[in-house]
Design a protein. Structure first.
Length: 241
């Protein structure tokens, strides 16, 4: 019976079974490898996304300093040359909004700081401001194009006039040009000491990309008021440039 098994082409049957088994194992290994690669790629993608998010810059208004801290801080120079005005050195507190009225124009400088983890790259879409009740935004300039984490810059404008309210916006991305964002500030006049008027940032809203709704709002809710929108030709790719 033992001999008849091998004369009945038993070897061929065993070879066929072995081949099928090997093919099955190979297929299983291939499937595991593919799934492993997919998981690995997914893990890399998740890691890259987490890394990118961890490098997200966030611009917001510079908060008012406590009196004791202000006494120890150094004043800074306001230079309006980048918006077309040459003036002798003008010093102010680093957390103050500066408004300078001159014949035919009002110059405004608003401090912002990067409270995120990555470098903020100011977009080629220039910062802009609107003095209520104007209906047209006025382009301005930042005092620096790159704002490292924890550091400050100023948004500067030459306006035709200023009353009680100013809206200002700055467009920016991370250092690589990704993660476009927009920060909007609401500035309001208030009576200071000895009856002098001062301008203070009362609200901040932060938008992601071209979103119309902010993902974060702090302070006065009027910061999200329906003001004139950017021209229709302002495409998202302009924010990334």
């Amino acid at each position: 019976m033992f001999a008849s098994f091998f004369t009945w082409d038993g070897w061929s049957a065993l070879v066929a079974i072995g081949t099928l088994t090997l093919a099955g194992v190979t297929l299983a290994v291939a499937i595991v490898a593919v799934r492993g690669n997919q998981v690995a790629r997914r893990g890399v993608a998740i890691g890259e996304a987490e890394l990118q998010t961890s490098m997200l810059p966030v611009l917001e208004a510079v908060p008012a300093m406590p009196t004791a801290e202000r006494e120890d801080s150094m004043k800074e120079v306001i230079d309006y040359t980048n918006v077309g005005f040459s003036h002798d050195e003008r010093w102010t507190e680093p957390d103050w909004v500066d408004v300078l009225g001159e014949r035919g124009a009002v110059y405004c400088s608003i401090p912002v700081q990067n409270v995120g983890q990555g470098i903020a790259r100011i977009s080629s879409v220039r910062p802009r401001a609107l003095s209520v009740p104007d209906v047209i935004w006025t382009d301005g300039e930042p005092t620096r194009a790159l704002i490292p984490a924890g550091q400050r810059a100023r948004l500067q404008f030459r306006l035709s006039g200023v009353r009680d309210e100013i809206y200002a916006e700055v467009f920016y991305t991370d250092f690589s040009g990704e993660q476009p964002a927009r920060t909007r500030l609401y500035v309001r006049r208030q009576q200071g000491e000895a009856g002098h008027s001062t301008y203070v940032v009362r609200g901040t809203a932060i938008y992601s990309g071209g979103d119309d709704e902010p993902f974060a709002v702090a302070g006065d809710a009027r910061v999200t008021a329906n003001q004139p929108s950017p021209p229709p030709t302002l495409a998202l790719n302009q924010l990334l440039s």
